[in-house]
Design a protein around this ligand. Structure first.
Ligand code: 5AD
Length: 349
């Protein structure tokens, strides 16, 4: 798909036309990754963060936020819960916290991978190849790091570099690939300053990176952040951060990477509470990431407002399972690794 076609879809408003896009994405999803919906249990292990991202509620500058880091035993308890619920994967996520000892985390990962059948996905921000290699050796299988935007200048503006430590998420993504991780990345959709052309370029980048996993979600303003306030009149070219735009990006991600694992993200379900998961799953997605973080920490992991689900995990699980089955789909069994490794060469789109 060419850039101008991608822009055409991103600007499309005709429901009948959009129906074609949803149909195409859903057909590819079925053909390439099947009807199973994989559940990944999410553990938000720490909200400590050294970064100053303009969009994120966990930014270091948000001094009002009490900070926590879960203990080894607390994380292991979540892993056992994931196993009991029949999940195949545990996702360990946190802010970017240079005070966290990489050896400590390696110990946590090693204990999970040696005492449970769970695959482990890490989502811990930007680290050097030495640390990423240590975690890979400890048994981590996958790593998620969104590039957020492909425009270098915009990225530096919303995600300032650490003093004296220039960073490139694309470099980190390359290291992850070399270390043998399954690699996931994605886009922050509709943050202030993002144009249609830029978003279309991001979708091309999803293809160029040959990603195993693609997680993208709408920008939701957080009041305690620089990008959380009013921005006056948006530029005519500004991408809206709404659920429709998120569905379009999901569907286009499926079309450019037909074998990837693609979640219907929590941010999408936050915008479209009634049917975000259903519509996402019918427009390209094949993964959901239910939150297993202990409820007392969840309110402190407010990347954006309204995110915190406090439903007890079992009810939540039954609810998600019922919603998947109502679509005629099944809950995936086992780790649900990337089909890209076998299917990436063939491009049915
Ligand atoms: N709205 C939506 N998503 C956000 N993220 C961070 N802040 C926000 C926000 N205000 C997303 C980023 C990041 C991921 C952990 O959460 O894309 O990569």
């Amino acid at each position: 798909m060419r850039r101008d076609e991608i822009v055409g879809w991103l600007r499309e408003t005709d429901r009948g036309k959009l129906g074609e896009l949803w149909w195409r994405a859903d057909a590819l999803r079925r053909r390439c990754v099947g009807d199973a919906v994989h559940l990944r249990g999410l553990v938000e292990l720490s909200n400590k963060c050294a970064r100053q991202c303009g969009y994120c509620g966990l930014r270091a500058g948000n001094a009002a936020l009490p900070r926590y880091r879960m203990t080894h035993d607390e994380i292991l308890a979540c892993a056992r819960m994931a196993q009991e619920l029949g999940y195949g994967t545990l996702v360990l996520q946190s802010g970017e916290d240079p005070t966290m000892d990489p050896e400590w985390l390696a110990g946590v990962v090693r204990q999970i991978t040696t005492t449970t059948p769970l695959a482990v996905t890490l989502s811990l921000g930007e680290w050097g190849a030495d640390v990423l290699g240590l975690w890979r050796e400890a048994g981590a299988d996958r790593y998620l790091l969104r590039f957020e935007t492909a425009d270098e200048e915009l990225f530096q503006r919303i995600h300032p570099p650490m003093p004296g430590r220039p960073s490139s998420r694309f470099e980190v993504l390359r290291s992850l690939r070399e270390l043998g991780y399954e690699v996931g990345s994605g886009i922050l959709i509709g943050f202030p300053g993002q144009s249609y052309d830029e978003l279309a370029r991001c979708i091309e980048v999803l293809r160029e990176l040959e990603l195993d996993m693609i997680g993208s979600g709408p920008f939701i303003p957080h009041p305690d952040t620089p990008l959380g306030g009013s921005h006056g009149d948006a530029a005519p070219d500004q991408v809206p951060a709404d659920d429709l735009m998120t569905y379009k990006v999901l569907a286009l991600a499926r079309i450019v990477r037909p074998y990837a694992n693609i979640p219907a993200t929590t941010a999408l379900a936050t915008l479209d509470k009634a049917s975000g998961y259903e519509r996402g799953l019918q427009r390209g997605a094949n993964v959901i990431m239910p939150n297993l973080t202990p409820v007392r920490y969840r309110t402190l992991y407010e990347v954006y407002p309204g995110k915190t689900g406090t439903a007890p995990k079992d009810t939540y699980y039954d609810d998600i399972k019922a919603r998947i089955e109502a679509l005629g789909r099944t809950v995936g069994v086992g780790p649900g690794s990337s089909a890209c490794r076998t299917g990436a060469a063939a491009h049915p789109a």
